[in-house]
Write a protein that binds this ligand. Structure first.
Ligand code: HEC
Length: 348
């Protein structure tokens, strides 16, 4: 099954479940959740707290330990490598109306959940539709260097503010034991927020999702293949080159005018294509959308025909990019480097 089918099936399923629940019925998965919510929650929270414990919010070493080991425990099993939705909790909105962003699960844990420090406190909430919501107490590492965030969250001061004020990460566990959605919210408790936690004035956002720092290093560094893979991974150089070619094609096809972090203006469930790791996570869906000519669209949502030569180049570079990603993953796995939380065999 393709990634895009998985996403849509999940979303429709979620909406249907909400509709059933609001009609007063309580049936989902034959009325009996298969997963033991509280037991799973306890294991996941313990693992997150062990890997990503409370620290000072600018502690890069603590952050590095968290992001390189997150996903290797029960949280990795529950999130997996399928698509997961992430964003603010937006409690007043139904799922279909929430502004959320899609990620490949393992990359999401590494790039986003790792930005939080967990206290180990949690509460659980069993819902009529079979979902078990794990609400964990967690605080955002707001003093990290700018390139340690997967994109400049401060492109919107409201977004940066929401991250700083958040004190709860909720994992939505579905009856099959998989986490399908993760949210951040300020509706928890500030009781364990570190003393001296204060607002950080982020850099000025100059409209660049990617940039170079004073030393010439490409940023955000946490979104680069050199960050995910071992330095001696033999596929790294070629992977990087092929990504660049593919990214240029995506730019030529205008994909980047919408599939960037401020793209929620145009879609409630956003797909990001603005960095190497974000694009890696969406490569299947991207290739599918081009093959099926469902993308690109214009701002009215009407399909736009791609120049045939560009379409062909996109598919060729995209296929090659995907092949190299799988090769690079396979090398890490067979060499037991522990660099990949993604434990499954590489996809063909
Ligand atoms: C004018 C804005 C716009 C442009 C340009 C655009 N898209 Fe999209 N894209 C959208 C919208 C809107 C959606 C639908 C989101 C939803 O409602 O699920 C979408 C969805 C997607 C998805 C998710 C599909 C899925 O089911 O997983 C992918 C992948 C995608 N676009 C790739 C591309 C690519 C590749 C290009 C360039 C060739 C492109 N888009 C150009 C607006 C755009």
């Amino acid at each position: 099954m393709s990634v895009s089918m998985t996403k849509k099936t999940w979303l429709l399923g979620g909406i249907a479940a909400v509709a059933v629940a609001s009609a007063g019925a309580t049936m989902f998965a034959n009325g009996s959740p298969k997963v033991d919510g509280p037991a799973t929650a306890a294991k996941i929270v313990a693992s997150l707290t062990e890997r990503c414990p409370m620290a000072t919010p600018g502690d890069v070493a603590a952050f590095d330990t968290c992001r390189t080991t997150i996903g290797q425990g029960p949280e990795g099993e529950a999130v997996g490598t399928a698509s997961v939705l992430w964003g603010g909790e937006q409690p007043e909105k139904a799922l279909k109306d929430k502004n959320l962003t899609w990620f490949r699960g393992d990359l999401f844990l590494r790039m986003y959940v790792s930005l939080y420090m967990f206290t180990g406190e949690w509460t659980g909430e069993a819902r009529d539709d079979g979902t078990y919501v794990i609400r964990t107490q967690a605080y955002f590492r707001n003093e990290l260097p700018p390139g340690h965030f997967p994109y400049p969250f401060w492109h919107s001061s409201a977004k940066w503010d929401a991250y700083e004020k958040s004190n709860q990460i909720s994992l939505y566990l579905s009856p099959d034991g998989k986490v399908k959605m993760v949210t951040r919210h300020s509706g928890g408790s500030d009781s364990a927020r570190p003393a001296g936690y204060k607002h950080v004035e982020p850099p000025v956002f100059a409209g660049q999702w990617n940039w170079r720092d004073e030393s010439g290093q490409a940023q955000p560094q946490v979104t680069l293949f050199s960050d995910l893979y071992s330095a001696n991974n033999p596929h790294l150089g070629e992977l990087d080159q092929r990504y660049r070619a593919f990214a240029l094609n995506l730019r030529d096809a205008d994909c980047e005018s919408c599939h960037v972090p401020d793209g929620h203006k145009l879609m409630r469930k956003l797909t990001l294509l603005n960095t190497p790791l974000h694009t890696a996570g969406e490569v299947e869906a991207t290739l599918r959308s081009i093959r099926e000519s469902s993308m690109p669209v214009n701002k009215q949502g009407d399909k736009v025909k791609l120049d045939p030569a560009l379409r062909e180049t996109l598919l060729r570079n995209g296929d090659e990019f995907r092949r190299l990603l799988n090769e690079a993953d396979a090398w890490e796995l067979s060499n037991g480097t522990g660099r990949l939380a993604r434990a499954a065999a590489p996809r063909g």
